[in-house]
Design a protein around this ligand. Structure first.
Ligand SMILES: Cc1ncc(COP(=O)(O)O)c(C=O)c1O
Length: 427
């Protein structure tokens, strides 16, 4: 006899996106390439799946620091010195590497202080509600990352008024804020870089509009961390000349190859956020070995070695962007080492990903709902430890793809360029 739990799960399985994905699992199990299990990793960003070695173009570890001897040694040292986990919320205590890692993040960025959460998602879900009261408003770019939207929803449930404004549009931000008047302060939440479209926000214009409404900027620069700006500090400092009236969020799990998300800014702001952020107060911290590793990874990023890693990475990105463009693909992105080519329909996008997989290259087929219907892309993450030969190999496989599936080529050539660019932005 079925229980209420069974019946509840059954009805959830028939709902919205869950139904869509379950049907896809049934209808196209070979095409989906989801829930893959990596059996082993090899040198030069290779890995083994289903007994087959592939070139992995699906890693956000852009600088290849996950394989750096100093970072690996730091994790090992951290385990020996601190054990696997200290097992306590920061509301009670923290280990020294937590303070060292936060000080190092602030030193690297040039902010007064920083706080590290276990992920960027938890940073956004903890900090955004912490920053607003029912006298304030939160406004979000319509294409900002889902985790900020979740943070905004928590704030809304506590009585904060919230709204969205048109993507990268300071005039619309101004219109939305006027409509929300009166309020005490406005939090303007945006991404530092929109990874799929490659677009950067007009930070100076947003800052001007925010200030004119007693507002400040909250910038989730997860994808810019380590790979954009002077010394990899991301988009904010270079665009605004500093961090005044701005809080910046960054990732320690992507280019930094460790674990966590940081929020950085003025000392007073960080102190208050720490006291008001439920995901910090009621949740656990990044385990100590990874905090030790964050320090080691940031030492590499702040050393002369960084210029070398960054120029190898940038050269690999250029090689792929040029190769794919020369083949006639419509390339989206390129500001960060995520290069997407527009394919179009969902099934064509999945088939294209499968074709490259069979040719020995893993890339991600991104389809609705991550992108709008009919605007599927192949997303290729370029890393500093890809060899030029493997980038050339991927370009060769993309050339074969056009021959094998002329309809993909058709999709990317014949869609209206401006509208395709506008559409192919992740939700
Ligand atoms: C802008 C942005 N914010 C947040 C996240 C989530 O980061 P995390 O995995 O640390 O929760 C991502 C992940 O891709 C992101 O791109």
């Amino acid at each position: 006899m079925s229980t209420p739990l069974d019946r509840s799960i059954e009805s959830l399985a028939r709902t919205g996106m869950t139904r869509f994905f379950l049907r896809m699992f049934d209808d196209a199990p070979d095409l989906l390439l989801k829930n893959l299990t990596v059996e082993a990793i090899g040198p030069d960003r290779t890995f083994k799946i289903g007994g087959k070695w592939l070139r992995n173009f699906g890693s956000d570890s852009f600088l290849g620091l996950d394989q750096h001897p100093a970072v690996i040694a730091a994790v090992e040292r951290g385990v020996r010195e601190w054990g696997a986990h200290n097992g306590t919320s920061r509301a009670f205590s923290q280990v020294e590497p937590q303070c060292e890692a936060e000080a190092k993040v602030a030193q690297w960025l040039g902010t007064e202080d920083a706080v590290i959460y276990p992920s960027v998602t938890l940073a956004n879900m903890g900090a955004l509600p912490a920053l607003a009261t029912r006298h304030d408003v939160i406004v979000l770019d319509q294409y900002a990352h889902n985790s900020m939207e979740e943070g905004m929803r928590i704030a809304k449930a506590r009585g904060v008024r919230t709204a969205k404004f048109a993507h990268n549009d300071p005039a619309d931000l101004d219109r939305v804020l006027r409509g929300l008047r009166p309020f005490r302060h406005a939090i303007v939440a945006i991404d530092g870089v929109y990874s799929m479209s490659g677009q950067l926000p007009p930070l100076q214009d947003f800052q001007r509009v925010a200030q004119s409404h007693d507002g400040f900027l909250y910038v989730d620069d997860a994808h810019g961390t380590g790979v954009l700006g002077t010394n990899g500090r991301g988009t904010v400092a270079d665009a605004l000349g500093g961090y005044e009236n701005t809080l910046v969020v960054g990732s320690l799990s992507k280019a930094v190859s460790c674990l966590g998300g940081f929020l950085a800014g003025g000392r007073d702001a960080i102190e208050v956020i720490k006291l008001r952020s439920n995901s910090l107060i009621f949740g656990g911290p990044v385990p100590p070995p990874y905090l030790v590793a964050v320090c080691a990874a940031l030492d590499v990023i702040m050393s002369p070695e960084y210029a070398c890693l960054r120029s190898t990475l940038d050269a690999n990105v250029r090689r792929l962007v040029d190769g794919a463009s020369n083949l006639g693909y419509r390339v989206l992105g390129g500001h960060v080492p995520i290069v997407s080519v527009l394919i179009g329909q969902e099934e064509a996008t999945l088939r294209a990903g499968r074709f490259l997989f069979d040719a020995g290259y893993y890339v991600q087929s991104v389809v609705f709902p991550a992108v709008p219907h009919g605007s599927g892309v192949l997303r290729m993450q370029v890393n500093a430890n890809h060899t030029p030969e493997s980038v050339d190999g991927l370009v060769g496989a993309l050339a074969e793809l056009i021959k094998a599936f002329p309809e993909c080529d058709h999709e990317s050539h014949h869609r209206n360029s401006a509208s395709a660019r506008r559409e192919a932005i992740p939700a």
